[in-house]
Design a protein around this ligand. Structure first.
Ligand code: ADP
Ligand code: MG
Length: 244
């Protein structure tokens, strides 16, 4: 990971439905496009198809109907669990994607570790890390290849509130520095609004896009205090009304 600006990827979803074998309509007739460099949060209750949608965008699954297209470039995926290899140190976990690509680059590993604030812990093993540090390591591992599209599926849901807020702030700052496109799945409305510039809300059974909104919250650097602003509260109300 380095500070050079790389353009993000764009995503286009047209008339997409995903129906599973037991006739579960996980997603129904979705249409949207995401332009390069956007930060989009996807909100919705459990079972509304958020993970299904992220998997389609990642190319892990194909839709039953419609088309998913993502511009050419590199993608990284972060899951709710950190999925670290217990026999590898933090540093060895972060460098893994570069090893797999045959493109080991010590400077990139150092930079990713530094940007996630993990330098002092680089030689520790996963069992010696807190939950927040494990998730930071997982993020550093995702960012080490300088992805142009970062997909995150409820990555911070298991963390305590203060650790989660700090990670949200750091992720938002990383996004600002890199210009990558970020799609972040969460069921926390306040987290979604804090992070993103645009939100999608999915309904449950079937998963339909019931809100696609450009947020009217100040762009640029954000810290926790934005959550006390009138514009943030207006967005909270609007999203609660849409979801209930
Ligand atoms: P979310 O991430 O919003 O909680 P999911 O995308 O995991 O929702 O699931 C949406 C719906 O699709 C749920 O009803 C779920 O049970 C169903 N589903 C997800 N994956 C599969 C699968 N591989 N096979 C059958 N049903 C699935
Ligand atoms: Mg999910």
């Amino acid at each position: 990971m380095n500070a050079t600006q790389r353009s993000g990827l764009s995503v286009s979803i047209q008339e997409v439905s995903q129906i599973f074998q037991s006739n579960v309509v996980a997603l129904e007739d979705l249409n949207f496009s995401i332009v390069a460099g956007e930060f989009v949060s996807i909100l919705g209750p459990s079972g509304s198809g958020k993970s299904t949608l992220l998997r389609l965008i990642a190319g892990l699954d194909r839709p039953t109907k419609g088309s998913v297209s993502v511009s050419e470039g590199s993608t990284a995926y972060v899951f709710q669990e950190s999925h670290l290899m217990p026999w590898r140190t933090l540093e060895e976990n972060v460098q893994l994607p570069l090893e797999l690509l045959g493109k080991m680059d010590k400077a990139r590993v150092d930079s990713a570790i530094l940007q996630l604030g993990l330098s002092d812990a680089r030689h520790r093993y996963p069992h010696q890390l807190s939950g927040g540090m494990k998730m930071r390591t997982s993020l550093a591992r995702a960012l080490v290849t300088s992805p142009q599209l970062l997909l995150l599926d409820e990555p911070f849901a298991a963390l305590d509130e203060m650790t989660r807020q700090k990670l949200d702030e750091d992720l938002r700052a990383l996004w600002e520095r890199t210009g990558m496109t970020v799609i972040f799945v969460t069921h926390s409305i306040s987290e979604a609004l804090f992070l993103a510039n645009r939100t999608f809300v999915l309904s449950a059974h079937p998963g339909k896009l019931i809100l696609d909104r450009k947020l009217e919250i100040k762009p640029g650097k954000r810290d926790w205090s934005v959550k006390t602003s009138p514009e943030f509260n207006r967005e909270m109300t609007l999203h609660y009304e849409a979801i209930k």
